[in-house]
Design a protein around this ligand. Structure first.
Ligand code: PMP
Length: 415
């Protein structure tokens, strides 16, 4: 092991003990879980929060006058307040619970986009967006007769800021951009992107699905207008995510889902909406999921996000050095760990990524192989797919060594 991964005061061994699944064996080998960009594992605190809810106070929220419903409502709203603190939102009601990043972005595309984007208007985004920050805008553009324009960037996902600034015109309505690429790991200059957009009076949506789980993110410091992220990638359950929005923008937005909980008065031919956040959360929400996400952000805050980021930075630096020493391995994205997070995509010789993934799995190493829901980026990289290893707070340098050993074995297998 060539790096000390606990220099940041983050005790990976103690953290690992909080995650039951990390003790599992896969194909009779200890699990090496490096598929965190797809979804993270869950600490006992999150699993127990779900269990406690179902075992001791399961009830629907808001409507009941009974004790269980009051407790469920209080815990659901406490989770919202916890998430708001975690991202430093000004108000808890600026946190809207959704199913995940995908639903959060679709909510903006419908609820904000349909009202504010019209014929001939333009939306700026990048070629490295995840399909969930691309397809909803294509759908909006089709509905409204608008157009998508792509911010110039290099093959490592580095934005050309001068070219970006030149793209603004009278028809620019929105900038929507990932804060960290789920393929290249590239961290975009989000604060600068927002600053330039605001000079032109244009709001910015940040796809923070890969950033909020791994970096300290302060939505007020970034001055972002909308921020979308998923609970399951940040130690929380699946089926819960967040749309953060500036209060004034959310207030003016139309709901995506009409139904229970989001109304003030319903008449036979018209209805009026209630206030934030309920207006944008029609129907019974994922109560358990929100409570689980509340436990997840509490866990991450207790560990400390600066420490999480430093730990992953050390591991990424180590992994990049190890991988670039392996002949025939082509790593995508910036080679400087300062510019990226712990998502590393690579290609091994001319072996298909699926074959590499299958061989690594036989060694108990979980990675992802595919287009990672970023087909336009794959085309730009000139590959059909990549192998992707992605880290989190519980990964260790020993696991990076396992990955490198596994790749070397895959190379030998196909030699
Ligand atoms: N954006 C990015 C950058 C992602 O990595 C992902 C998940 N892979 C998403 C959006 C979509 O998240 P979800 O599937 O949880 O809605």
């Amino acid at each position: 092991m060539a790096v000390e991964t606990s220099t940041a005061g983050l005790d990976a061994a103690a953290i690992r003990a909080d995650f039951p699944v990390l003790a599992e064996q896969v194909h009779e080998r200890p699990l090496v879980y490096l598929d965190n960009a797809a979804t993270s594992q869950k600490p006992r605190a999150v699993i127990e929060a779900l269990q406690t809810y179902y075992e001791t106070y399961n009830a629907n929220i808001h409507r009941g006058l009974h004790a269980l419903s009051e407790r469920a409502t209080a815990e659901y709203e406490a989770a919202r307040a916890g998430v708001a603190r975690f991202i430093n939102a000004r108000h808890a009601h600026e946190v809207i619970f959704t199913r995940g990043t995908t639903e959060a972005i679709n909510l903006v595309a419908r609820g904000w986009g349909d009202e504010n984007v019209g014929e001939g208007d333009e939306i700026l985004l990048t070629e490295m967006e995840h399909h969930s920050n691309l397809v909803p805008w294509q759908m909006l553009a089709k509905r409204r007769g608008a157009a998508l324009r792509y911010i110039p960037m290099d093959v490592d996902g580095r934005i050309d800021l001068e070219g970006y600034a030149r793209q603004f015109g009278p028809r620019t309505r929105l900038v929507t951009i990932t804060q960290m690429s789920n393929v290249l790991g590239t961290i975009t200059p989000a604060a600068e992107v927002v600053r330039v957009a605001h000079e032109h009076g244009v709001p910015v949506l940040l796809d923070a699905a890969q950033s909020i789980p791994h970096l300290p993110v302060d939505v007020q410091a970034l001055d972002a207008d909308f921020v979308a992220f998923s609970g399951h990638k940040m130690l929380g359950p699946t089926g819960i995510g967040v749309l953060y929005g500036r209060e004034s923008l959310l207030d003016a937005m139309e709901p995506l889902l009409g139904g229970g909980s989001m109304i003030r008065v319903v008449e036979l031919h018209r209805s009026s909406w209630t206030g934030l956040p309920d207006k944008l959360e029609g129907g019974t929400p994922n109560i358990a999921g929100a409570i689980g996400l509340g436990a997840a952000v509490e866990y991450l805050a207790a560990v400390g996000m600066p420490g999480v980021a430093r730990h992953e930075h050390n591991l990424t630096e180590y992994a990049l050095a190890q991988l670039s020493d392996l002949e025939g391995v082509r790593v995508f994205g910036p080679m400087d760990a300062e510019d990226r997070g712990g998502v590393i995509s690579f290609y091994v010789g001319d072996i298909h990524p699926h074959d590499v993934g299958t061989l690594l799995d036989a060694d108990g190493i979980a990675v992802r192989a595919g287009h990672h829901c970023a087909q336009p980026l794959m085309r730009k990289l000139g590959v059909p797919a990549t192998v992707r290893a992605s880290m989190y707070l519980y990964n260790t340098a020993d696991e990076v060594d396992c990955l490198v050993g596994g790749i070397a074995r895959a190379k030998a297998f196909f030699a």
